[in-house]
Write a protein that binds this ligand. Structure first.
Ligand SMILES: Nc1ncnc2c1ncn2[C@@H]1O[C@H](COP(=O)(O)OP(=O)(O)OP(=O)(O)O)[C@@H](O)[C@H]1O
Ligand SMILES: [Mg+2]
Length: 273
């Protein structure tokens, strides 16, 4: 469903010179599959996801192909990308507070897209919103639906962010560091919810993190990036158990022991597999 071929992204410097920051990345993603992208800060993970969503700044130049359901997104006009974002490609952000409107209840924010894009009536949109809040396991959803973002915990806000991202039933979800701002327990809960949703709704997920432990938990396949290059790419278990590159070995060595333990307990398999 998604096939990226030899993606290169450069930024124009103030001097006019071009600096390439993504050096020919290729990847394929099937329906229902989860791809983890891991790499240290500045390796090009966000640039790759912005390119896929058609959200690169004007100073960026991209070449290669980003084929989504057969269409090259790099060539798609902005008007068409607007129609794809949300409806076909959902996004989950690192800091949900910045993605939520502080002046609207969370229920109204989820319902807005349902009414606008799916033409649901007010009461149907509210019923669907409630169902979504239950899917992302917000406790007392019937009450929380009328809460404002600041009345919720970080973990609850991220659940709302996920509910918004899946509301229009996209085929692809891109989550850029969705759990980085959360504590470990909540992080694990959110990852489990994402993993369940992907299985339940048959959507594909690109999960971006600098933390191999997060990737190991739910990604079928893993792409390791370093300074805009692919270091390795393969089955998550294979990459973690038999890293071929020094960089991956260093990432593994830097992983907290707790994360490695969870990998051992599941035999390197996804916890739900
Ligand atoms: N708008 C921009 N203008 C110029 N250079 C940029 C811009 N955005 C990103 N870059 C550069 O592109 C490279 C990749 O950045 P990117 O944000 O993709 O890294 P990342 O892997 O997401 O890192 P992090 O883990 O910190 O989020 C970096 O060298 C960064 O400085
Ligand atoms: Mg980033």
């Amino acid at each position: 469903m998604l096939s990226i071929k030899d993606l290169r992204v450069s930024f124009q410097q103030s001097t006019g010179a071009l600096t390439e920051v993504v050096h020919g990345i290729s990847l394929d993603l099937d329906r229902g599959e989860t791809l983890g992208i891991v790499g240290e800060s500045g390796s090009g993970k966000s640039v790759l996801s912005l390119a896929t969503m058609g959200l690169l700044p004007r100073t960026a130049q991209a070449s290669g192909q980003i084929l989504f359901e057969g269409q090259d997104l790099l060539k798609a006009p902005e008007k068409q990308m607007c129609g794809l974002r949300g409806r076909k490609i959902g996004m989950i952000f690192q800091e949900p507070m910045s993605a939520l409107n502080p002046a609207m209840t969370v229920g109204a924010q989820i319902a807005e897209g349902l009414r606008l894009h799916n033409g649901l009536s007010k009461s149907d949109a509210r019923a669907e919103t409630l169902r979504l809040l239950e899917m992302v396991q917000i406790p007392n959803a019937a009450q929380r639906i009328d809460s404002y973002p600041h009345e919720m915990s970080g973990g609850q806000r991220q659940r709302v962010g996920i509910a918004i991202a899946i509301a229009l039933k996209p085929d692809l979800l891109i989550a850029d560091e969705p759990t980085t701002a959360l504590d470990v327990t909540v992080q694990a809960e959110i990852l489990d919810i994402l993993d369940d949703l992907v299985a339940e709704l048959g959507i594909s997920l690109i999960l971006i993190s600098h933390d191999l432990g997060v990737i190991a938990r739910i990604a079928d396949r893993t792409l390791v990036m370093y300074r805009g290059d692919e270091m390795e790419h393969g089955d998550t278990e294979q990459v973690l158990r038999h890293p071929r590159h020094d960089y991956t070995r260093k990432l593994l060595a830097a992983m907290p022991r707790r994360a490695l333990k969870s990998l051992d307990q599941t035999g390197g398999e996804k916890p739900h597999a």
